[in-house]
Design a protein around this ligand. Sequence first.
Ligand SMILES: [Zn+2]
Length: 187
Amino acid sequence: MSYLEVITGPMFSGKSEELIRIIKRTQYAKLSYLVIKPLRDTRQDTVRARFLDHGKSKTLAEHPAHPVNSSQQFFKLLSEHQPIILIIDEAHFLGNWIIKAVNTLLKENDLRIYVAGLDQTAWGDTFGPMGDLMAMAHVVKKLTAVCFNCGQEATKTFKLFVGASIVDPGDAEKYEARCLKCWHQPL
Ligand SMILES: [Zn+2]
């Protein structure tokens, strides 16, 4: 049976930690798996669970991931690896091609797919393909973070610097998790 689980929420909500937990379970079960993430210039090709230590981002755990930026690359990797479990990190940065690709996989294969990504941009808009992926999922795990300002449940990612790009290289030092009351759009 095919299965899609989407793990989503703001920055600092533990999405990558949850993916690492799923990867470890898959390894214990000796199942074949494939880990992918969007091809980007500025970050390492790993699933990285991080934490903030005195305002600096530190790595808690990481796992290698295959960088992908097209549907062709995606299906080529799948046919090479023949995974039972597919794990996709930072799916918000993938193009909308991923929506159709995941739909095709679910329909034509018995694949368990775990997708992690930000549900909202720093402007509060639905981030890339995440809304559709959440709608298609069998299970959505919506994680919250702790508001950096007041300590309440945080659903928003707050951008600490000025810049128009949605896809700014996301150094953790440049963002905060915020509750809706403490959050506002970037200036
Ligand atoms: Zn707050």
